[in-house]
Design a protein around this ligand. Structure first.
Ligand SMILES: O=P(O)(O)OC[C@H]1O[C@H](O[C@H]2O[C@H](CO)[C@@H](O)[C@H](O)[C@H]2O)[C@H](O)[C@@H](O)[C@@H]1O
Ligand SMILES: O=c1ccn([C@@H]2O[C@H](COP(=O)(O)OP(=O)(O)O)[C@@H](O)[C@H]2O)c(=O)[nH]1
Length: 817
């Protein structure tokens, strides 16, 4: 970006890859400097040490209190870019201690753990502090306490939290995105309550947007997180279209077949697309998102992202990581070593298996415990030699589904412990609580087998943390293939289908009996990954790509013809005496139909009709003796006759091959000796593909054949179009004198020379001859999607005396008329 302090460079890289590689190189150098001399910006060891039991935070030790003019920045001699992280939760939750006093506790969860590792930016956090603060005194005091931690609160009242967070986020979006489906409705009251939850969701997103907008400064990067804030990108762009907005989803994005069941599917997708960059943990989730936009919104999916009328929203995968150093370093701390020794003593003579999860249905805790039961059932010799420690952190406890899960898990654990426990030991140690960081590290370190059986999981950082802490033990990771982490740790882990209890049970046996050399190899593979793909890398890459996306968008914008200055066009129009308006028909003057014609629009659109609102203004234009109107269309003569027969204008059908003044007869402007011998064989091919591509159709015109798949499944249509082209080139048209035009959703074969561009000079010649023009044309306006080619001809054809030549799209046309 010219003049931008973050990416100006004397050696400007030309491609995105070059830019990103260079950024990466720079980042590496910076992080080397940082490791040498700069203390962590946001997640210093001391900050985390202070939060014993993820409890109160020491005022001085929260690393976020350092100002942006600190040591690190002076070291690098550069300004850090301001990063506004917007997430539902702040990294801290507030507990009220008095009317105006607050205690801050770090929040538990993967998102918080990952973002705490981000150091490269001057970060501010905007989010909900997890507490209802109805009074002004409380709000002021909390705002002040949070400001010291660089956090800015969004105050959500109880009802909003209930409807937006417990309701729409955790009862609708969360289960849906994890393939658990939407809640069933059994009465209209439920439908109404879903609607009010959705309204609350939008309202809450607007509240977040307002807070962001208040603190936003030009040049800031705004990074929105997760399914709670799918409306935020659009709200932010409505405030300021120049904001750099990224959105990242921490959960899976499900297949479009799942997403399309959501009543608000369209609004949510559209709003996310307002962001400049949209990120997911895995390529699969990104692919699902793009395909939802293609199938549900009818937009163009490209390898870069999603395109909507020339605007690209970049979509890509950015797998999250952890701050692995923090875990590795923690293992050396005396208090962690003490924990380790205690645990070793406590479980001496037994292999330790570990599960660490929020108590959430997506984590597959019942399935995990059942698999463990099956293992014990089938392997009596292991019953007194193995223990499963399950840390189940309570979460979303106000949502009934979570309450039910808690009882269900307790019931299963109780039954198994009753069945296999002895007077002194039980096979399962189940804790309904969270552990402090040091206790967790110690537990990871003494574990022999970690068991992650998520039914679906965006990434799962527990698996990363376990690997980071296994430097000496080199334990085994059993990992669900439905966790995002399976894509990165799949090589070293034992991958399982958590629904297949038998498979998980036998994997437990395999893991417990695994020889040391195999364990070591597997561990090393995963350890390499975890220590190189860190949360710092993740955040830096995302922000760097976001900056880059903006640069690219600016380059693209410069290539797009500027939009028409409407006032100027109207003024010139009024001053002119001999005007020529050339209008397209389809998608220019036609009535709008549902984007894909999926809801019955196909039939209507296949018989294109002039937009009813345009009839009257068009008539007035046509009746004006100082204005000549031409409709130049690919449609055939009948279509133009039906729509424009009663207007006083010129009609140019089949890309200008046929021309008539509505008061006269059709004449042909076709080049002489047009060879049409190829038509039958091409028609045969089109028929074949139409039969095999549901909802495709083809049109036979005098000079061309068009196969159209815009109502068909787009991906299938595209594959079929590719086959058609291959087939045509190798057979029916290999020697024919034809042009093949591959449209967005069509394949057209036409005789060489049958183009609007080529036709236009013949048409203009005819008009000039007919009018016997004495004064030159002094105003030309072209509206349609054939503009580039037509414009070239005009520049060649028209005299310098024209006051203005304008290009409009459909929207501008309708504005003008
Ligand atoms: O804030 P809560 O409702 O208590 O939930 C905690 C967080 O859970 C989810 O975490 C996800 O993010 C992790 C990091 O990217 C990822 O590894 C994991 O698979 C996800 O489940 C949720 O997306 C967060 O917003 C919550 O804060
Ligand atoms: O007692 C605990 C148990 C877990 N965690 C953290 O919670 C996060 C869980 O993240 P994950 O991605 O595995 O799943 P999520 O809970 O975000 O769905 C990890 O960073 C754990 O270290 C924690 O802070 N205290």
């Amino acid at each position: 970006m010219p003049g931008n302090k973050y990416n100006s460079s004397p050696l400007t890289p030309r491609t995105r890859l070059e830019r990103l590689l260079r950024e990466r190189e720079l980042r590496k150098n910076r992080s080397f400097l940082q490791n040498e001399g700069e203390p962590d910006f946001f997640a210093s060891e001391s900050f985390l040490n202070a939060s014993e039991s993820w409890g109160p935070i020491d005022e001085e030790e929260f690393a976020g209190t350092r100002s942006s003019t600190d040591n690190g920045e002076r070291l690098e001699g550069r300004c850090k870019q301001r990063l506004l992280v917007v997430a539902n939760r702040l990294p801290v939750s507030a507990v009220r201690r008095g009317e105006d006093s607050w205690q801050l506790e770090i929040s538990v969860g993967g998102l918080v753990s990952a973002l705490l590792g981000v150091r490269e930016f001057e970060a501010r956090w905007i989010g909900w502090a997890g507490v209802n603060v109805p009074d002004e005194i409380g709000q002021k005091a909390l705002t002040k306490a949070l400001a010291e931690k660089r956090c800015i609160p969004v105050f959500l009242d109880e009802e909003t939290v209930h409807q937006y967070y417990n309701g729409y986020c955790n009862n609708m979006l969360w289960p849906l995105f994890h393939y658990l489906g939407l809640p069933q409705e059994d009465r209209l009251a439920t439908t109404r309550s879903f609607q009010s939850q959705f309204d609350a969701y939008k309202r809450a997103n607007q509240m977040f947007a307002k807070v962001v907008n208040n603190i936003y400064e030009e040049g800031d990067v705004v990074w929105c997180h997760d399914y709670h804030l799918m409306f935020l990108p659009q709200c932010l762009k409505e405030y300021n279209n120049n904001m750099k907005v990224g959105w990242f989803l921490h959960t899976p994005f499900p297949s479009s077949e799942i997403h399309r069941t959501l009543p608000s599917r369209t609004e949510l997708l559209r709003s996310v697309l307002a962001a400049d960059l949209v990120g997911f943990h895995t390529y699969d989730y990104a692919r699902h998102f793009v395909s939802a936009c293609t199938r549900i919104l009818g937009l163009e999916g490209t390898p870069e992202g999603v395109e909507d009328q020339g605007r690209l929203t970049r979509v890509a995968a950015f797998p999250i990581g952890i701050d692995s150093d923090r875990f590795v370093r923690a293992l050396e701390l005396p208090q962690v070593q003490d924990h380790i020794n205690e645990l070793k003593e406590r479980f001496a003579g037994r292999k330790v298996m570990l599960g660490v999860d929020r108590l959430d249905m997506i984590k597959g805790i019942p399935q995990k415990i059942l698999a463990f039961e099956k293992f014990l059932e089938e392997n009596p010799s292991w019953r007194d030699k193995v223990v499963l420690i399950q840390i189940a952190v309570p979460t979303r406890t106000d949502v009934p589904e979570y309450q039910k899960l808690t009882s269900q898990v307790h019931e299963i654990v109780g039954r198994i412990n009753g069945r296999y426990g002895t007077l002194t030991t039980v096979p399962i140690h189940h804790l309904d609580r969270s552990l402090d960081f040091h206790a967790l590290c110690a537990l990871y370190a003494i574990t022999d087998v970690a068991l992650v059986t998520s039914l679906r999981d965006g990434m799962n950082l527990v698996s990363y943390e376990f690997v980071a802490c296994q430097g000496s033990k080199k334990g085994v990771l059993i990992l669900s293939e439905f966790a995002g982490a399976a894509q990165s740790l799949g090589a070293g882990a034992i991958l399982v289908n958590p629904w297949n209890i038998t498979e998980v049970a036998s994997s437990i046996g395999y893991a417990l009996n695994m020889p040391a050399d195999e364990r070591e190899k597997r561990h090393l593979h995963n350890f390499m990954h975890v220590t190189t793909h860190t949360s710092q890398e993740w955040a830096a890459t995302f922000v760097s790509e976001l900056n880059d996306t903006i640069v690219e968008a600016q380059i693209r914008t410069r290539q797009v013809p500027p939009s028409l200055p409407i006032k100027g066009a109207v003024d010139s129009y009024l001053q002119s005496n001999n005007r020529l308006l050339i209008l397209g028909f389809n998608a220019t003057l036609t009535a709008p139909v549902d984007f894909l014609g999926r809801r019955g629009g196909q039939i209507r659109e296949m018989e294109p009709k002039l937009h009813p609102d345009l009839k009257e203004p068009l008539k007035r234009l046509c009746d004006d003796p100082m204005t000549t109107v031409v409709v130049l269309s690919g449609s055939d003569r009948n279509v133009l006759d039906d729509n424009f027969g009663e207007y006083n204008m010129w009609l140019a059908a089949e890309n200008g091959m046929f021309l008539r003044l509505t008061t006269g007869e059709w004449m042909t402007t076709m080049p002489e000796n047009l060879n049409m011998d190829w038509v039958d064989s091409v028609k045969h091919v089109f028929e074949y593909f139409t039969e095999r591509t549901p909802r495709s159709h083809f049109e036979v015109r005098e000079t061309s054949l068009v196969w159209n798949y815009k109502y068909a499944d787009l991906e299938f249509g595209r594959l079929q179009a590719r086959d058609i082209l291959q087939h045509l080139w190798s057979g029916p048209i290999s020697n024919a004198s034809v042009d093949v035009v591959q449209g967005g959703r069509s394949v057209e074969v036409r005789a060489v020379g049958v183009t609007k561009g080529a036709a236009i000079d013949r048409i203009l010649g005819e008009i000039v001859r007919h009018k016997g023009l004495k004064t030159p044309i002094d105003y030309v306006l072209c509206i349609g999607h054939f503009l580039q080619k037509v414009m070239k001809i005009f520049i060649h054809f028209l005299s310098q005396s024209f006051l203005s030549n304008h290009l409009l799209d459909q929207e501008q046309m309708q504005q003008i008329i």
